[in-house]
Write a protein that binds this ligand. Structure first.
Ligand code: SER
Length: 318
């Protein structure tokens, strides 16, 4: 029997493409896209879009019952840079929102809940290279603090109440469809737009700020693969996940192979400090061993695909 899936934050960078992919696989009507804003057209094409504020528990519970939901993928979140500008908003959205989802899963006996975590859940005292899955996590950004909390709370709900909670610690996600909003890794998307539009980009991180990254097709794949994994095969519930690591200079050099005149300059701001507190590379062997994770795109393959897709969308030749 096909499961009914509700996605929060569905007009966000990941949500937009995740809803399209889930609808292709499981049927448009079985995937309820939700968010607080008016939906972009793409989300209303092949299935339902509903207004939902996850801080409104009555509305949340009513929607789960009325739509006969089995699984929630809770993508609504305030990211790292916005979280530093407005820590109170990040607390409400990420902590109270996540708690409401876990409580709904417990009370209404949902089959599964997936709430993303992030590389931001690690901190300055975490080993930076090949960061293990199970390691010290003392984040210093508000976003990171909320993500560690949700990982721990989800694992508690699994142990205490039998809620099937799962979480991926996403690295920076690069995509051509929807822009990211308010993250430290957003430069890795902006750089492609600026390369195509203006052949130059001013980066808000240092040129050697190495961070773990992933291209959207791999992000969709790991999200759905984890959702479909047999619970009995999972030893963990929160997983490191990565596809590549690069610096702003690395991605600029790769773009130059396609757009020789491209130029990058650096004007690091407050986001550099956030980046410095995160791992440079990630060991995702737990995801590989427990549910067969394997990424497809490296920096070269991603750059080629991004430039092709984006140049078509923007009508910018290169
Ligand atoms: N992309 C996120 C951010 O930069 C990391 O999870 O905030």
């Amino acid at each position: 029997m096909t499961k009914r899936i509700l996605v929060t934050g569905s007009y966000g960078q990941i949500g937009t493409e995740l809803v399209v992919e889930l609808r292709e696989r499981y049927g448009g009507d079985n995937v309820v896209a939700t968010g607080r804003k008016k939906a972009p057209e793409i989300l209303e094409e092949d299935g339902p879009y509903r207004r939902l504020d996850v801080l409104d528990t009555t509305q949340l519970h009513t929607m789960i019952v009325d739509e006969d939901i089995d699984i929630i993928i809770h993508n609504a979140s305030v990211l790292s840079a916005t979280g530093e500008k407005n820590p109170q908003l990040a607390y409400r959205t990420n902590v109270e929102g996540g708690y409401n989802i876990l409580e709904a899963a417990r009370i209404l006996k949902l089959d599964q809940v997936q709430i993303p975590s992030s590389i931001a859940a690690f901190g300055p005292s975490t080993p930076k290279e090949n960061t293990p899955n199970d390691v010290i996590m003392r984040p210093t950004s508000m976003y990171g603090v909320t993500k560690v909390f949700i990982e721990l709370l989800g694992e508690y709900y699994a142990k205490r109440f039998g809620v099937d909670f799962r979480s991926l610690r996403y690295p920076g996600i690069i995509s051509s469809e929807t822009l990211p909003g308010g993250g430290t890794t957003d430069y890795a998307v902006e750089i492609f737009y600026e390369a195509l539009k203006n052949k130059k980009y001013t980066c808000f991180l240092e040129k050697d700020a190495m961070l773990p990254m992933m291209y959207m097709p791999d992000c969709l794949k790991c999200t759905i693969d984890l959702m479909e994994a047999d619970e009995d095969t999972l030893e963990h519930r929160s997983f490191n996940i990565t596809a590549m690591s690069f610096t702003p200079q690395d991605v600029a050099d790769e773009i130059k192979k396609h757009i020789p005149g491209f130029e990058i300059t650096y004007e690091p701001d407050y986001r550099q400090e956030i980046a410095e507190s995160w791992p440079k590379s990630i060991d995702d062997s737990a995801a590989r061993d427990e549910w067969g994770w394997e990424p497809e795109y490296d920096l070269a393959a991603m750059t080629e695909d991004m430039l092709q897709k984006l140049s078509k969308r923007l009508g910018a030749e290169y």
